[in-house]
Write a protein that binds this ligand. Sequence first.
Ligand code: NAP
Length: 550
Amino acid sequence: MPDDAASPFLSDRGADFDVVIVGAGVAGLYAIHRLRKMGLRVRAYETGDGVGGTWFWNRYPGCRCDVESLEYSFSFDEDLQQEWEWPERYGTQPEILKYVEHVVERFDLMRDVQLNTRIAAAEFDEDALLWTLTTASGERVTAPVCIMAAGNLSTPRRPDYPGLDAFTGRCYHTGLWPKEGVDFTGLRVGVVGTGSSGVQSIPHIAAQAAELTVFQRTANFILPARNHLHDPEKVRRHKAVYAERRRAAYDTPFGIAGYPPPTKKALEAGAEERHAQYEAKWQEGGSISFLFSYTDLLQDSEANETAAEFVREKIRQTVKDPVTAERLCPDNHPIGTKRLILDTNYFETYNEPHVSLVDLRSTPIETITPRGIRTTDAEFDLDAIVFATGFDAMTGAMLAIDIRVKDGVTLEEQWTGGPRTYLGLMVAGVPNLFMVTGPQSPGVKSQMILSIEMHVDWIAECLERMRRNGQRRIVATAKAQENWVDHVREVAEATLYPQANSWYMGANIPGKPRVFMPYVGGVHTYKKVCDEVVAKGYEGFVLSGEKVGA
Ligand code: NAP
């Protein structure tokens, strides 16, 4: 039974649901729970044949979350967070998927999920104030409100190398890993890509393969994860103040409490002191703690270089072959400006005799042949190729849907020069369509589940107010959007982030507009902005029962 017996939202218009949700990953599932508690009739549509989103698709060997398990979980239910046991510091993909499935069962979410259903189009009718969503098989469903919870890293990308279809061996993408797993025993395997997915899977693939060749375009900064079984006493202490920690997380840049913020600039410390500081963080493991060594690592190139060189030295000390070690040393972007990667035994893997590294910057891939990969200077015979080549991040999933306002704008037109949103929550000219952790919000630069809960709660409170006031339409104004997009850009330009060819910039997808997409002012700042917008009567939005120009 819904907790709130108020009249269903806009049900008098004969819509199929009050709210339709695209995606049944962590965001879509929480949206079902939160909105159902308000008495709304909701349904989530999910492409996969199971729930969990990222944790459903990314089943590659070694896949883990690089945010600690006690943090990377829902906070909305105290009993849930007290009862769930995370065995290790970082959750593995199977553990996280098990957790998500537990949440689904515990809160009976499945009855409002339709699996195996890809949403192909969404059209808003301004007269009826209704969204019509059309599935890939032609089914249509209507609701006054649509929530896009389709994920930021959910559209896997394989490079368009010539000859790919002619390859006679096996081919995989880390983001679309077969459920039954893959046995590489005795095979000659090539892995293309050395981001988080490549770095996590390479040691596991190396443990099985007869020969492993890694094809690297950009060397990345990688820090030790230092995963371990949880100390029960540490868990007890954490859980004793769980709710308090969750609240405190909103006052931090990355949405995670417990990391004391730095107080000093890197160059204010002497070389020895700096080295000791980086060494302590290196031993501790994890990325936030390392980035919190000094206040200016992401603002000042000289400061950044001190941390970058520390990591390069670690690589040189670990990898025995000096040529391979140098290839693995990142040299074309400041540390932290691409997503920092956490590893377990990644660099050590290159000391094994059957593992080799190909530098694609000096010898790019020319073609995939029926037998393997040909670079400009060699041919590699392979039984299997693993593409760990990432995603069309942040905009890929939204733009894969034909989103349009009848007789009005399409999302694609709106975003030709890169995404434009107000707070990463709505798009001007596109009424009654909310995004969870959309572009220009801090989502991907934070503990994702916190950002998801923050957005879904914000949307739910907004809908509650609309219902109370009899309002049927909400849209962001063009002016508010313009100001926010400018602000997001200015905040990014005051940092070193735009210097890297990262997926944050859309740089990994040929032809994608180069725009820095996340908001890097921090969760703490962003939360204040969102709260203020509400306190000022939804400033920057037009809420109305009438059709209004945005
Ligand atoms: P990614 O970070 O985008 O890395 C893709 C890799 O493939 C890069 O090394 C990239 O090189 C390379 N690549 C792309 N196109 C290529 C081409 N045409 N030829 C050769 N190499 C190419 O993707 P990801 O590793 O899947 O990770 C994406 C994000 O997902 C992460 O940043 C993280 O936010 C999240 N993730 C998190 C975890 C975790 O929590 N531990 C694990 C996996 C993923 P360039 O760098 O030169 O583009």
